[in-house]
Design a protein around this ligand. Structure first.
Ligand code: GLN
Length: 203
């Protein structure tokens, strides 16, 4: 079976996700095909088994992927509607996490936590540090680039990654939001997690 992965190509670290997905596929033995999604019609024509919503600038993502009526590509409205209907696995990193926690489409959050963008400060406050990831029961390199922060008291789903005492990764069913960038490390375990979710859900 080939697992179909939809990658939202609106902006940001998309190519790094492609490399991580290829590494994850080799390491897990799960065969994949990657489908680049930019527009409403691309999304509707290529239903996938799991999705990645990469980082970038959430304001730009909202604009370029917003409704056709407002001059966007229409991708985000159909994507979010599909996630709500299907529970398809999705991995949102950084700005992708912002959109999942704060979709601003008049409907519920896709992942129940509130999130503040650029909450560590400016570009110069980007940093790397070791994280404790309970999902893997081990450490993971955390790369934070103008990262958002979860409002810690608002999180009403599972915490899977912490930086010191602060939650930086959360999971709600098979939806995951990370405020850091696993695709910018050589470690593909979050991408393997996505492929495994996708292969279970399409069994
Ligand atoms: N600062 C960006 C935003 O607010 C997120 C940064 C990122 O995705 N690396 O949307």
């Amino acid at each position: 079976m080939v697992v179909r992965i939809g990658l939202c190509m609106l902006q940001g670290a998309r190519h790094a996700h492609i490399r991580s997905l290829q590494a994850a596929s080799e390491q897990s033995g799960i065969e994949i095909s990657i489908h680049e999604l930019r527009t409403e019609s691309q999304f509707l024509n290529q239903k996938c088994d799991a999705y990645i919503l990469p980082g970038g600038e959430s304001t730009t993502l909202r604009k370029t992927g917003g409704s056709l009526k407002s001059g966007g590509s229409g991708l985000l409205p159909v994507f979010f509607a599909h996630l709500r209907e299907s529970n398809s696995p999705v991995l949102g990193t950084c700005a992708g996490a912002i959109l999942l926690c704060d979709p601003r489409d008049g409907d519920d959050r896709l992942i129940p936590a509130s999130i503040d963008r650029n909450a560590y400060g400016r570009q110069t406050d980007s940093f790397q540090d070791i994280l404790e990831v309970s999902l893997f029961d081990s450490q993971f390199p955390g790369v934070f680039i103008r990262a958002p922060r979860f409002d810690q008291s608002s999180i009403s789903c599972e915490s899977i990654a912490k930086h010191d005492e602060e939650v930086v990764g959360i999971m709600h069913g098979s939806r995951m939001a990370l405020t850091f960038h696993p695709e910018l490390t050589g470690d593909s375990r979050f991408h393997i997690w996505l492929l495994e979710q996708a292969s279970h859900s399409s069994e």
